[in-house]
Design a protein. Sequence first.
Length: 85
Amino acid sequence: MLSEGFEESNIVESIINGKILEHYTEEYRCLITGKFQISKNTKESLHIVVDYWSETKEIEWVDVVTAYIPRKPFWETYYRRGKRQ
């Protein structure tokens, strides 16, 4: 994480304040997109894949699978996947 420029606190903040970009209901997994502060005037997008579990309407637990900064060629924009080779 630190080698990519973000910390655990950035992941937590992005999960809380971000938006679900893709939802894989069969797998109890989703992709969340958020932003984190790199410097005083610069923010960077962050993608977090989380597993979750819920037997009711309330989510009981969340497990962070991975977090990364979206880049080309895999992501055309921070919200749209890139073309597959």
